[in-house]
Design a protein around this ligand. Structure first.
Ligand code: FAD
Length: 341
């Protein structure tokens, strides 16, 4: 069999990292990324990019933990390399604070992030409305720089990237041996997945260089995440809302909520508003599939539905998708050598 041709549909953090893992694990493959949008116009560009996992109810916790650990280890290595500033990866310390003590005082990811501990009474004085807190250090991706860094790595390994809207995965069957679906919320239409729904998120990106620590309210709705150049203030979670237009009332509400956690933000400048649709699902769809028409088959690997936590697990899910692509290629090689006998 000639060099297997693999198409990855989607150029958000999931598509780009999956294409990179495939080119690393299968150097003989010819990998192409096809996407109707690239950075800076994807949901992944809007994200805060903090490595704090979101829980997928339909995925076993040990699997989620493995994905998070692989992602953390990968980005931690970048954070202490010469690539760190170009890739937009940095370590950040801070606090997750709760108005009431949570049932689960030790989240499943507490031994993956660095230095996880319960906050002292003295530290909690900074948050008079909260009575419990956790302090830890984690990683943050500044999203557009990280996506551009991934694109640069892909080009360096010979991966082709084309702007193309795919209406139906089957349209790729005559050009590619394996197709990988990383279309994010686009998979709702692309493969008609009714289990996939948008959770709209609005955030503010502000200039406030004196804010050095992250602060996250335990309910996950209000957060302050400092990046290399700007601080992300969040947020909202609007289930089944497809609107990409910023709402001025929501902007004021987010700003007020964040200022009540960190009053110095009242002096923040250059407020930019962004909206993204989290591709949400009961569980990430990470599995092999086969399309067939008239006896012709097209192996497909799905990798979408990362909801509110795509950055936190992207490298782990990309590695698993690349392993599944390897299985598809091995099966194709077996059937091609049988056909020659
Ligand atoms: P996308 O980035 O949407 O990429 C999908 C790609 O597929 C795009 O390039 C699109 O153009 C392409 N595509 C779609 N349909 C087609 C088609 N038919 N043909 C061709 N191309 C197609 N996660 C974290 O871990 N930490 C955070 O701090 C965090 N903060 C967030 C804050 C907000 C406000 C939002 C909205 C999300 C946040 N997330 C966070 C979640 C994270 O952004 C997502 O999980 C992640 O971006 C999903 O990546 P993706 O590549 O699947 O989707």
């Amino acid at each position: 069999m000639a060099a297997p041709k693999v198409a990855v549909v989607g150029a958000g953090v999931i598509g780009l990292s999956t294409a990179l893992c495939i080119s690393e694990t299968c150097p003989s493959c010819s990998v192409t990324v096809l996407s109707d949008q690239f950075s800076p116009n994807t949901t992944s560009d809007v994200a805060a990019g903090m490595l704090i996992p979101h829980t997928y109810p339909g995925t076993p916790i040990h699997v989620q933990k493995q994905w998070f650990k692989e992602t953390f280890t990968y980005l931690f290595a970048i954070s202490h390399s010469a690539e760190a500033s170009e890739a937009g990866i940095h370590l950040v310390s801070g606090w997750q604070v709760f108005k009431n003590t949570p049932k689960e005082e030790l989240p499943f990811w507490s031994d993956v992030v660095l230095g996880f501990r319960t906050m002292s009474k003295a530290e909690l004085q900074k948050f008079p409305q909260h009575q419990f807190g956790q302090a830890f250090m984690t990683l943050k991706c500044d999203c557009p720089p990280y996506l551009l860094w991934l694109e640069k790595r892909l080009k360096a390994t010979g991966v082709q990237m084309y702007t193309r809207r795919v209406a139906d995965l089957w349209e790729l069957h005559s050009e590619y041996n394996v197709v990988v679906n990383c279309a994010g919320i686009g998979a709702h239409q692309l493969v008609g997945d009714k289990e996939l729904f948008p959770v709209r998120g609005q955030v503010l990106k502000v200039h406030a260089p004196w804010v050095k620590n992250f602060i996250r309210d335990g309910d996950g709705l209000t957060y302050i995440y400092p990046g290399i150049h700007r601080v992300t203030l969040g947020g909202t979670r609007e289930v089944e809302s497809w609107s990409l237009s910023p709402d001025p009332g929501t902007t004021k509400d987010i700003f007020d909520r964040c200022c009540s956690l960190e009053p110095s933000l009242r002096r923040a400048q250059d407020i930019k508003v962004k909206v993204g649709l989290r591709p949400s699902r009961w569980c990430v769809r990470l599995q092999r599939d086969v399309l067939s028409q008239g006896g012709v088959k097209l192996p497909v690997v799905h990798n979408y539905g990362h909801g509110a936590g795509g950055f936190s697990v992207h490298r782990g899910t990309a590695k698993e998708a690349a392993r599944l692509v390897g299985e598809c290629i091995a099966a194709l090689q077996v059937s091609s050598s049988r056909a020659k006998l």
